[in-house]
Design a protein around this ligand. Structure first.
Ligand SMILES: [Fe+2]
Ligand SMILES: [Fe+2]
Length: 145
């Protein structure tokens, strides 16, 4: 998945560059899966994506608070639900990996499901929820973030 302005731009350069980085991490993860990387490599790629996404969510929270965005709270709740769910899934993935040495069918199925969920959620969230705040924030000429 590649970030493009037309498809994913929210009109705020800092946010757009972070979204672009998220997509690169997602691509790394998909690449690791496609070349049948080891479970440990997949774990590292998943952790990297989760950590960067958490950092990005914090940046969004600061910006939305600064702009006094009316939906900041529900936006934050969506981030939290996603983060909790992904953290849990990654932990399950790691436990499964230790139990099965990472090479049975369930393991492969789970990691495909997890990666598909990550890609779908992030794409939809950026295109809908993040674009909503982009439209709101761009009406107000405070610092061009
Ligand atoms: Fe975002
Ligand atoms: Fe967001």
């Amino acid at each position: 998945m590649v970030w493009t302005e037309e498809e994913f731009g929210v009109g705020m350069p800092l946010i757009d560059s972070q979204h672009c980085n998220i997509f690169k991490l997602l691509e790394d993860l998909v690449g690791t899966m496609r070349r049948q990387g080891t479970p440990a490599e997949l774990g590292v790629a998943l952790d990297g994506l989760l950590e960067y996404t958490k950092y990005h969510f914090q940046a969004e929270k600061m910006i939305l608070d600064q702009y006094k965005y009316p939906d900041a709270e529900s936006h934050g709740i969506e981030h939290q639900i996603f983060t909790d769910k992904i953290t849990k899934r990654i932990n399950e993935f790691k436990q499964n990996m230790m139990k099965n040495d990472g090479d049975n069918g369930d393991f492969k199925k789970m990691d495909l499901e997890l990666i598909t969920f990550l890609g779908d959620w992030l794409t939809e969230h950026i295109q809908k929820r993040d674009r909503d705040y982009g439209n709101y924030c761009r009406q107000y000429p405070i610092s061009p973030l």
